[in-house]
Design a protein. Structure first.
Length: 165
C-alpha cells in the first residue's frame, strides 16, 4: 500500500519511540534514543517523518552548516521500499537545504549499500573517499554533490520531480 505524501511532516519529540523502532528494524547499528533526542533538538537540523497506516513508515534528517548540508539519515520501513519514499524524502531534504543557503551536499553510506548508492548517484552525488571503520562493522563511502544551488543541479532535481510526479 502506498503512503500519501501529504503524510510528510516535521519530526517531533513524541515521534522518537516510533522512529527508534524503525531504526532498529532497518539498521544493523541503530541510533540510540539519546542520539535521536539530541538530533531533533540540535540547531540547524531538520528531521521529517512519513506517517503510514500504523505509525512512522519512513524518516530522514538533514544538518545545514553555512553553505554545506549533510544528509544525516534516511530510513524506510521494508514494507514500503517500493513506494519511492526515500526519493521523496531526499528531494524534500535537499529542497530544505537549498532553501537554507546550502550550496554543497554531503553524506556517508555503507560501502555495501548498493541501493542507497544508486539513489544518491541519481541525485548527482559522487564518491570522493572512504572513511575506514566509520560504522562499527564497515567502511563508509563519502559522497558530495557540489554546486547544488547551481542551475545544472536544479535541472537534475527537476528531472527527478517529473519522474516521480
Amino acid at each position: 500500500m502506498a503512503v500519501s505524501l501529504d503524510r510528510f511532516r516535521p519530526m517531533v519529540e513524541r515521534d522518537i519511540p516510533a522512529v527508534l523502532a524503525l531504526e532498529r528494524s532497518v539498521f544493523r547499528v541503530p541510533w540510540t534514543e539519546e542520539m535521536l533526542r539530541e538530533e531533533v533538538a540540535a540547531p540547524g537540523r531538520t528531521y521529517l517523518v512519513v506517517d503510514g497506516d500504523v505509525g512512522v513508515t519512513a524518516y530522514g534528517g538533514l544538518m545545514v552548516l553555512d553553505t554545506e548540508a549533510h544528509i544525516m539519515t534516511i530510513a524506510v520501513d521494508e514494507s514500503h521500499r517500493r513506494d519511492r519514499l526515500a526519493t521523496h524524502l531526499l528531494l524534500t531534504l535537499i529542497d530544505v537545504a537549498l532553501d537554507n543557503g546550502a550550496q554543497h551536499l554531503t553524506l556517508e553510506l555503507r560501502v555495501s549499500n548498493e541501493a542507497a548508492l544508486r539513489l544518491y548517484q541519481k541525485f548527482g552525488f559522487a564518491p570522493v573517499g572512504i572513511r575506514p571503520r566509520y560504522y562499527a562493522d564497515e567502511d563508509a563511502l563519502v559522497m558530495w554533490a557540489v554546486d547544488a544551488a547551481g542551475p545544472e543541479y536544479r535541472r537534475t532535481l527537476d528531472r527527478i520531480r517529473e519522474e516521480i510526479a
